[in-house]
Design a protein around this ligand. Structure first.
Ligand SMILES: [Zn+2]
Length: 471
């Protein structure tokens, strides 16, 4: 049955759409807290019907009645990626959940072995049509902040449409059935692994106002735009997610497209956008849909303003509950309650998300550096005022060996600065940070090897194990 003609799905969705779209802007702090308390109580009760959660809660000696509100969340045990994997499929949903009406969504995982030498196992969860629809309400909210109208603004989404990926599941089960009622002529989706020239041709025909994709895809398109292709692609805004965006890539892309680029922060497990970057470049958290904690390596909470591992609690949705989930593996910094000058009331992160913990750089002296703090290359290239690097990647191969791969724009090869000059500056800057015991190799390559998961390769990878690594 088309979920969009099912009143048990559509009536709650319409109600949510009307009430929840602007909810966070209407509520004061006290109201928001009470509301989140109520949602958490409900979610914990729901989770207690799920074998994995019931077992973990019993082991921890905690019962749903012990959870009165967010201040009690610390009583609940953490749920890791391995926990979800071990109990998949029947242990991560309530016995009453009808798998035939649900959908499986999986994270990409990676072919790269990193983090405790375990490799990043993909994780799969269950969701349903109403949860997918509710997740889209959050997108309406950030769209409104940017002044988009979902019926009129033309969106082009270049994502990961492989089976079991969120983009594919949403398109197949929500967008496609919705085409019976709406033309969706203003929505174009494309596979990110398609050839860049094909993507450009489609974008040029479609003429989007908004393009949504990964940083590396934007960079590849921007490169060809610089060569004179895709002249008719003139978006008003670019929304980027799924990977860390560095300042060089941002400038490179914004310069080529002639418009601004903003981050969105989501995951397969969250089932929706968790936060988005506004025009003031602050990251607003959808705090009425999620509760976010930051913890240190001993799994203890860190204070606002301090960097910690994200712990995600999803306060809505059916299928697999996500409560105190540690598997997202990102560095975040919670804000201290300061509001953004853009006028939105939602809380903001203290700093932008700083990349995957599993890709931390580990130095021989024991220093551990988050990925975003090791992107000196961006600063160097911007200071040199050059756009001749069309992609780069930093790979920590061993504790004392780091390769920095540069793909050079051939047409600009003879332009100043020369490759040797750039390489010298990059090497000097990195040696200053790492100390002379680390070998820094700046290497020109033809291309960056992409992941096979359907997502472009990250700009920084570390193969060095770290202690206390929880994924
Ligand atoms: Zn703002």
């Amino acid at each position: 049955m088309n979920p969009l003609v099912n009143p048990n799905i559509m009536l709650p969705f319409i109600k949510s759409y009307l009430i929840e779209r602007n909810r966070i802007e209407r509520m004061n702090e006290g109201q928001l807290k009470r509301y989140k308390d109520k949602l958490l109580r409900r979610m914990v009760q729901y989770a207690y019907t799920v074998p994995l959660y019931r077992r973990k809660y019993k082991e921890a000696g905690v019962h749903p009645e012990d959870i009165k509100g967010i201040e009690d969340i610390y009583k609940l045990p953490f749920i890791s990626r391995q926990d979800l994997n071990k109990d998949f499929p029947d242990g991560i949903i309530p016995p009453s959940f009808n798998k035939n009406d649900g959908y499986i969504i999986c994270t990409g995982g990676t072919t790269t072995k990193y983090c405790c030498n375990s490799g990043a196992q993909p994780v799969c969860i269950y969701t349903d049509a109403l949860s997918l629809l509710k997740g889209s309400i959050i997108t309406f909210r950030s769209n409104k902040a940017f002044g988009f109208n979902w019926r009129k603004t033309k969106f082009a989404h270049i994502g990961n449409f492989n089976p079991f990926k969120y983009d594919k599941v949403f398109e197949k089960n929500i967008i496609s059935p919705a085409r019976r009622f709406f033309s969706f002529k203003n929505y174009l989706s494309m596979q990110a692994s398609n050839k860049t020239m094909e993507i450009i041709k489609k974008l040029e025909n479609f003429k989007p106002d908004v393009i949504i994709s990964y940083p590396a895809i934007f960079q590849d398109i921007a490169y060809l735009k610089r060569k004179g292709y895709g002249r008719e692609i003139k978006p008003r805004i670019l929304l980027v997610g799924g990977a860390m965006l560095d300042e060089y890539t941002r400038s490179y892309v914004e310069d080529a497209f002639g418009c601004k680029m903003y981050n969105t922060y989501a995951s397969c497990e969250s089932g929706a956008e968790i936060a988005f970057e506004c025009k003031y470049r602050n990251w607003h958290i959808h705090d009425d849909f999620f509760h976010i904690e930051a913890i240190d390596e001993d799994m203890k909470p860190v204070a606002p303003g301090e960097r910690g591992r994200i712990v995600l609690t999803k306060l809505w949705g059916r299928g697999t509950p996500i409560i105190r989930y540690t598997g997202m593996n990102d560095w975040i910094t919670l804000g201290n309650g300061e509001k953004c000058s853009c006028g939105l009331k939602s809380p903001i992160f203290g700093r932008p998300v700083e990349g995957k913990i599993s890709f931390n750089i580990v130095l021989p002296d024991g220093q551990i550096i988050p990925p975003s703090r090791f992107l000196f290359i961006s600063e160097i290239l911007l200071n040199l005022g050059t756009f001749k690097v069309k992609r780069f990647q930093i790979i920590q191969k061993k504790i004392d060996e780091i390769d920095i791969l540069l793909v050079i724009d051939r047409d600009l090869k003879e332009d100043k600065p020369s490759f040797d000059e750039m390489a010298k500056r990059i090497k000097e800057r990195y040696l200053k940070e790492t100390g002379p015991e680390v070998e820094i190799n700046v290497i020109e390559v033809e291309e960056i090897k992409e992941e096979i998961s359907g997502k472009p390769a990250p700009i920084l990878i570390s193969y060095v194990n770290q202690d206390k690594c929880v994924i």
